[in-house]
Design a protein around this ligand. Structure first.
Ligand code: ZN
Length: 275
């Protein structure tokens, strides 16, 4: 499933292809993804100039003048690609926007859990109302040790589950939560409320560091993520614990990486490096 680094990678890759361009034709090839597609509203975004391409949480916003925007969430298996308009359509290319430069933007999604919608922003450069109250982005100053400490205080749930909860912080998915806890030396099953201020500060820094590294590597491809040119994310090569149960820890070289399930998600850690 695409997480924040993958969506950031896609957003940054789309930007130079789309800003200043216009859609000249939209073809909608399925009636619904996660929700029915509001085709008439989507067609209204054919014509005006694209002024910005931005990300908030795991949503891509393609913004037009007059506060209109195309909102895309990749769901579980969604990808977007920029290809020559004449290129043959693939089976799960559900929406196709032809651009005024002879190429097209295609939304591809085998499982159809994604979202594509036309929205109105509260202000130019702003967000649609339903995204306005999201918790902080992990790569902004608002996601600080003090903020994370406030979220952890009194909580008995595991720190990993809390990190992955989109009500506390957006976009830290399963892979990145495991890797950040390893970098910070904290066992994923520790109750959040029992972490010391030093541990919380180390964890907030580790979350930022892991996400920065992942974005620099173009995200992580485990099964179905691809960049807008079809490329794979290279962060998979830098994973220290995720998916490595039974292997020797790459840092201490003594313990074996263990796997446990927290809130229904596979979780990986080193019993020696993390306490
Ligand atoms: Zn270790």
């Amino acid at each position: 499933m695409p997480e924040l680094p993958e969506v950031e990678t896609v957003t940054a890759a789309l930007r130079p292809h789309l800003v200043g361009r216009r859609f000249v034709r939209l073809t909608v090839r399925v009636p619904k993804l996660r929700e029915p597609l509001a085709v008439e509203r989507l067609q209204a975004l054919v014509g005006p100039e694209i002024v910005a391409v931005r990300r908030r949480a795991k949503y891509i916003l393609i913004e037009f003048a007059d506060r209109q925007a195309l909102l895309i969430h990749l769901g579980m298996t969604g990808t977007v690609r920029i290809v020559p308009a004449a290129e043959t359509l693939e089976k799960h290319d559900h929406l196709v926007w032809e651009l005024d430069d002879g190429r097209s933007l295609r939304y591809h999604d085998p499982r159809k859990f994604g979202l594509v919608a036309a929205v109105t922003l509260e202000t130019p450069g702003g967000l649609p109302p339903f995204l306005a109250d999201l918790p902080p982005e992990p790569l902004t100053a608002a996601f600080s040790a003090a903020y994370l400490a406030g979220q952890c205080r009194g909580r008995r749930r595991s720190i990993k589950s809390l990190l992955m909860d989109n009500r506390q912080v957006v976009g830290v998915g399963n892979i990145y939560a495991s890797e950040a806890l390893f970098l910070a030396g904290i066992r994923p099953d520790r109750p959040a409320g029992e972490l010391s201020p030093e541990e919380i500060a180390a964890l907030a820094a580790a979350v930022k560091e892991i996400l920065r590294r992942a974005i620099a590597a173009g995200g992580t491809t485990i099964s179905d993520f691809a960049g807008v040119d079809g490329s794979e994310g290279r962060f998979v090569r830098q994973l220290q614990v995720y998916g490595r149960a039974g292997e020797i820890c790459p840092v201490c070289r003594q313990a074996v990486i263990e796997k446990l399930t927290l809130s229904g998600r596979s979780t990986f850690f080193c019993p020696r490096c993390q306490s």
